[in-house]
Design a protein around this ligand. Structure first.
Ligand SMILES: Cc1cc2nc3c(=O)[nH]c(=O)nc-3n(C[C@H](O)[C@H](O)[C@H](O)COP(=O)(O)O)c2cc1C
Ligand SMILES: [Mn+2]
Length: 489
C-alpha cells in the first residue's frame, strides 16, 4: 500500500527522524535555498519551514534528498528492489524494442491494477477559487541571486496529446510572472513541448489546456520526472511504484484530471501564440540557464486543501535533491536497458556529471566495435540521447569507483583512435553547445583493444599479488607490528 498523500509521507519521515520542522521565520527569497543547500550537502533531513516569510502556507523541501528517504518513499530497502519488480514483469514477455517493453507496462499494470482510478472528489477540492486566487499566497522560492524571479520548482504539469488523447505528466519549472500567470519551461525534446507543437500545427491558434498539481504522495511526485516513452502515462507508473492506483479527479475548468490527493492544483491554459522571456534560473548544471522564449501558463482556477503544504525543491551545484531522484531513475530503468542490451553490465552517472554530461557503462565485450555500438544505443534511447560523454569500459571495472574508472579508462585509450564524436540533440541546459539544443557528443571506447580491431600488440594484465602470497602475508600480518591498515584512497 502506497502513502496516501504528502502528509502521510511526512508523518513517516518525522517518525524516522528524517524531517525537521523549522519554526523561525525564513524568507523564501534566497534564504530557504541557502539553508537547504547546506543541509542537503551535509546529508541532512527533509525540512518543513512552518513560517516562510510573507505566507501562511508551510513549505516542504529536501523530501527525497537522501538515499534513505528515497528508499522510504518507494517503501524498499534498496531502489534495486523496484528494478527487480520491473524485471519480473518484463521477463515473461518477449517484445522487440526497449520502447515496446516499456509500453507493455500499461497492459501489465492493468492486470496488476495499477492503472489510475477516476474518483468523484478529493482533498484537493476542499477550497475552490475561480477568481479570487493569487500565487502570492504561496511561499514560492526565488532560489538564487541571478534568478529571473520566483519559480515553482516541483509542479506536475499535466497535458493531453491532441492526437491520441493520452496524458503526459512532467516536472517543468514555472517562473511566476504575476498573480495568475507563469512561464512554462518545457524544453524542446520533452513531451509537454511536443503536445504544444502538435496543438500549434493542428489549430494554429487558440489555447491548450494545462493542469498543474503540487504536492502528492512521493511516488506520484517522482513519477513526473521519469523518462518514460511518449504516450505512456506517468500516473500509471506512479501506481506501479506505489503498488496502488493513483486516484485522479476531474478539474473544474479544464478537461484534465489531477491527483485527487494533491495539496494544490492550478488549472488553466497556454495560449498557442503567447511567449515570454523565461529565466535566468540557477539550474541543476550548477550554472544559470540563460533566458529564453517560452509559452505562458494562465491560471483559470486554483483548488487546494484547506491547509495546503507547498512542496518544492532546489537545483544548483551538485549534489542536490535531484541527484537522488536521478540516481533512482538510473537504477529503476537499468533492467529495461539490460533486457534490450544484455551486454550492459552496469551503468553509473556521477553527481558531478549532472546526468547528461557523463555516463560510464561497463559491458561484456563480444565483438569488434562493441563499445561504439553501445554508444549509439545510448544516444538513441529516450532522454539518454543528451549524454555528452559516454565512457565504455570492460565488465571487470567497478564503475561506481570513480578512481578506478579514471585509472583504467585512461590507461586503456589511445585518444585519437578511441574517441567517437557525433552530432545530435543535446540538453537545452547545455550552455556550451554551439546552438541551443544541438551540438556534439563524445564516446570513449576504454575497453581492452582486440586484435580483431586492428590492435597488434599484447594487452597487459593488471598488477596484483597472487592469492598465495596474500594468504601468507595475512597469516603473519599481526607479527609485523603494523597494526590494522585502512586504505586512504
Ligand atoms: C527539479 C526538477 C526540475 C525540472 N525542470 C525542468 C524544466 O524546467 N523543463 C524541462 O523540460 N524539464 C525539467 N525537468 C526534467 C523533466 O522533469 C524530465 O525530463 C521529465 O522526464 C520530463 O517529462 P516528459 O518526458 O514527460 O517530458 C526537471 C526535473 C527536476 C527533477
Ligand atoms: Mn512523458
Amino acid at each position: 500500500m502506497g502513502y496516501r498523500d504528502l502528509r502521510e509521507f511526512m508523518r513517516k519521515l518525522e517518525k524516522e527522524g528524517e524531517l525537521k520542522r523549522i519554526r523561525a521565520e525564513v524568507d523564501p527569497v534566497l534564504e530557504i535555498t541557502e539553508i537547504t543547500d547546506r543541509v542537503t550537502k551535509a546529508g541532512g533531513p527533509a525540512l518543513l519551514f512552518e513560517n516562510p516569510k510573507g505566507s501562511k502556507i508551510p513549505l516542504l523541501i529536501n523530501m527525497l534528498g537522501s538515499q534513505r528517504r528515497m528508499n522510504l518513499a518507494l517503501e524498499v530497502d534498496d531502489v534495486d528492489e523496484v528494478a527487480a519488480r520491473i524485471r519480473g514483469m518484463l521477463d515473461f514477455q518477449s517484445p522487440q524494442g526497449i520502447l515496446d517493453k516499456l509500453k507493455m507496462l500499461p497492459k501489465l499494470a492493468e492486470l496488476g491494477a495499477f492503472f489510475p482510478k477516476s474518483v468523484k472528489s478529493g482533498p484537493c477540492k476542499e477550497v475552490i477559487q475561480k477568481d479570487d486566487f493569487s500565487l502570492d499566497e504561496f511561499p514560492i522560492l526565488k532560489c538564487w541571486p541571478q534568478d529571473g524571479g520566483r519559480y515553482i520548482t516541483w509542479p506536475l504539469v499535466i497535458t493531453k496529446n491532441p492526437e491520441t488523447g493520452k496524458r503526459n505528466v512532467g516536472v517543468y519549472r514555472m517562473q511566476v510572472y504575476n498573480d495568475g500567470a507563469t512561464g512554462m519551461h518545457w524544453q524542446t525534446q520533452k513531451h509537454g513541448a511536443e503536445h504544444f507543437r502538435r496543438m500549434r500545427s493542428r489549430f494554429g491558434e487558440g489555447k491548450m489546456e494545462v493542469a498543474v498539481a503540487i504536492g502528492a504522495d512521493p511516488a506520484t511526485c517522482l513519477a513526473g520526472i521519469l523518462p518514460v516513452p511518449p504516450d505512456m502515462d506517468e500516473m500509471m507508473f506512479a501506481g506501479f511504484l506505489r503498488r496502488e492506483p493513483v486516484e485522479m479527479v476531474q478539474c473544474e475548468t479544464v478537461d484534465l484530471e489531477v491527483p485527487a490527493q494533491s495539496e494544490i492544483v492550478l488549472e488553466g491554459y497556454v495560449d498557442l501564440n503567447e511567449f515570454r522571456t523565461e529565466g535566468p534560473f540557477g539550474d541543476h548544471t550548477g550554472f544559470y540557464s540563460l533566458e529564453g522564449e517560452y509559452p505562458v501558463f494562465r491560471i483559470t482556477c486554483l483548488t487546494r486543501r484547506k491547509d495546503p503544504i507547498y512542496l518544492t525543491t532546489i537545483v544548483g551545484p551538485p549534489p542536490q535533491e535531484d541527484f537522488f531522484m536521478g540516481h533512482a531513475v538510473e537504477r529503476i530503468f537499468l533492467p529495461v536497458m539490460k533486457m534490450q542490451y544484455p551486454e550492459i553490465v552496469d551503468v553509473s552517472m556521477p553527481a558531478e556529471g549532472i546526468f547528461h554530461n557523463l555516463m560510464i557503462i561497463a559491458i561484456r565485450k563480444s565483438y569488434p566495435g562493441h563499445a561504439r555500438k553501445i554508444m549509439s544505443a545510448i544516444w538513441s534511447l529516450g532522454q539518454a540521447m543528451f549524454t555528452k560523454v559516454i565512457v565504455v569500459v570492460d565488465h571487470d571495472v567497478d564503475i561506481h569507483n570513480y578512481s578506478e574508472v579514471v585509472w583504467k579508462a585512461l590507461c586503456a585509450m589511445d585518444p585519437e583512435r578511441d574517441v567517437q564524436f557525433v552530432l545530435g540533440p543535446v540538453d537545452t541546459l547545455d550552455h556550451a553547445a554551439r546552438i541551443q539544443d544541438f551540438g556534439s557528443k563524445m564516446g570513449i571506447d576504454a575497453t581492452r583493444k582486440w586484435a580483431t580491431e586492428g590492435f597488434a600488440r599484447p594487452w597487459p594484465d593488471v598488477v596484483a599479488s597472487d592469492a598465495e602470497t596474500k594468504a601468507r602475508v595475512d597469516k603473519v600480518w599481526d607479527t609485523l607490528g603494523l597494526g590494522k591498515l585502512t586504505r586512504k584512497s
